[in-house]
Design a protein around this ligand. Structure first.
Ligand code: ZN
Length: 515
């Protein structure tokens, strides 16, 4: 009897052990299957659904749509059809008008958690209530444009699985989901080079799809972990896709194309109404300009090598305000002179050299401009004007140096007498005040001197005339410009030793609190 009981207890224990082992093994195999498979096939049994629903919660965000024509109602309807636990956020700059049709058809409103977030002043909303991140409670976010459909939650889960897989084996990654349509391009890989200091964004098309920073076109949805999305400073800017690619590149978040028809195209918009088509085009261009103004892109080189400018020109103001303490504002955002300003300044410089040479006015590069010429033949990348000296007695040779009122020459450059002292300024245009400063010097017993001095510039000092006898030539901004002879010694005489090799900001201490 005793023996039997002992035997039964042992048998029971053994059976329990085997059962426990089998359950453990099954769990392990199932989790492997879920995390490693790239396929869309997830078993639709209740256990799987519950597990995935809890772990794979997702928030959908729509922020790319037009007010005057959209497909929001049907798009929301499609997203609401996926599940009862997803949150959907619709973000707009102002209250959507005309209002979208509501309640939506097909799916009951109370099965769907939709919130409209308006990034505009509203008395009845607190600060946190008007911020998007307040409403993102899920670990994953999918940002979709207007007029899309999502077939099944399984497809969404499979893309989350794939995202997890990528994130587990490489650096932070977002998934880019092409919205399937007829105009599919095979080779759409782009590299981004954003030289932030020089305000220049360049796209380059790549043959391989192995490592891309962006993809051609804008017809994509994006799936990203919430924590990665909130790494971006302004993730919901428009045009969303381009803004997202650029910000991911800067923040070192990889983007990976996931070509499975998770998101498909809904109704074709702007097809029948020409006026709406035109409005959409205009607004898209305007939003892109605003994005580039915000993130500081003045020069864009597209994947075909075509240059587009978004900075200043003859008919606009220059990009930076009056310079105080020799430290222009862009240095305080850790950037250098906007590339458009450098380009326009160089044009002004070449124009002035040409005019002075045509009237046999003896001139030479001074200060930072001579320093730039000596370094690499260019304007120092954070400099904001060009300085030259001329012989005072040569002023009368050139008809553009005005006695009183400014003179606008035939190419639109403005020659004026500076109000700050005994020197001249040549501006790029009447609107754009980028300028060349022209300082008249005269010889007094073999020493070059002038009437106006800048106490804040230690390099602004008298110098022996022999540096100008004779003048030499040095390449500067693509022009063979006049410079003092022995220019290296001349620069060290004015600025101190090793100045060419060790360029410095004029007053670097002022930057300390900001960087
Ligand atoms: Zn500019």
């Amino acid at each position: 009897m005793n023996f039997n009981i002992k035997f039964i207890v042992k048998l029971l224990l053994f059976v329990c052990l085997i059962y426990w082992f089998i359950v453990l093994l099954a769990n392990h195999l199932l989790s492997q299957l879920l995390l490693n498979s790239e396929d869309v096939d997830i078993d639709d049994d209740i256990w799987t659904q519950q597990m995935i629903q809890n772990e794979y919660k997702i928030t959908f965000i729509i922020n790319e749509f037009e007010w005057f024509e959209n497909d929001l109602t049907a798009t929301l309807d499609s997203l609401c059809g996926l599940s009862t636990i997803n949150t959907i956020l619709v973000i707009s700059q102002r209250v959507i008008y005309p209002p979208i049709e509501w309640p939506i058809n097909g799916h009951a409103v109370n099965n769907c958690d939709i919130k409209f977030i308006v990034n505009d002043f509203q008395f009845n909303k607190s600060l946190s209530e008007s911020r998007v991140e307040t409403y993102i409670e899920s670990p994953y976010v999918m940002i979709v444009p207007d007029s899309v459909r999502i077939g099944s939650r399984h497809q969404v889960w499979s893309s989350i699985k794939y995202l997890n897989k990528l994130n587990s084996r490489q650096q932070r990654t977002a998934l880019v989901l092409p919205i399937s349509s007829d105009d599919f391009v095979d080779n759409r890989c782009l590299l981004i080079n954003f030289d932030i200091k020089r305000w220049t964004l360049q796209y380059r098309q790549m043959d391989s799809m192995s490592s891309c920073d962006a993809f051609i076109g804008n017809n994509y949805a994006v799936l990203i972990k919430k924590t990665d999305l909130l790494e971006l400073n302004q993730p919901f800017n428009r045009p969303f896709v381009e803004s997202f690619f650029i910000q991911c590149k800067v923040r070192d978040i990889k983007v990976n194309l996931f070509s499975s028809n998770v998101v498909t195209k809904g109704r074709q918009l702007f097809l029948t109404n020409e006026r709406n088509q035109w409005k959409h085009k205009m607004w898209s261009e305007e939003r892109r300009k605003q994005l580039f103004a915000l993130i500081g892109v003045k020069k864009l080189i597209d994947s075909q090598g075509v240059v587009q400018w978004f900075g200043c020109g003859k008919h606009t103001q220059r990009c930076f305000p009056t310079v105080i303490n020799e430290m222009p504002d862009y240095l305080f955002s850790n950037r250098w002179t906007p590339v458009c300003c450098l380009d326009n300044l160089a044009q002004t410089g070449r124009h002035v050299f040409q005019v002075l040479e045509s009237y046999s006015v003896r001139y030479w590069l001074e200060g930072g401009s001579l320093l730039g010429a000596a370094r690499d033949g260019h304007i120092i990348p954070w400099d904001y004007d060009i300085d030259i000296g001329i012989y005072r007695e040569d002023i009368v040779k050139c008809p553009f140096f005005p006695q009183s009122d400014p003179i606008v020459d035939s190419k639109g450059f403005v020659w004026e007498k500076a109000s700050e002292g005994d020197f001249y300024r040549v501006h790029f245009s009447q609107s754009n005040r980028l300028h060349v400063d022209v300082f008249p010097f005269y010889s007094r017993n073999g020493t070059m001197t002038k009437n106006t001095w800048f106490d804040s510039h230690p390099q602004d000092c008298e110098f022996p005339e022999h540096y100008l006898l004779p003048l030499e030539k040095l390449s500067f901004i693509g022009f063979n410009a006049s410079v003092p002879n022995n220019w290296r010694q001349f620069l060290e005489f004015k600025f101190g030793p090793n100045v060419i090799e060790t360029p410095k900001y004029p007053k670097p201490d002022l930057l300390k609190p900001f960087l």
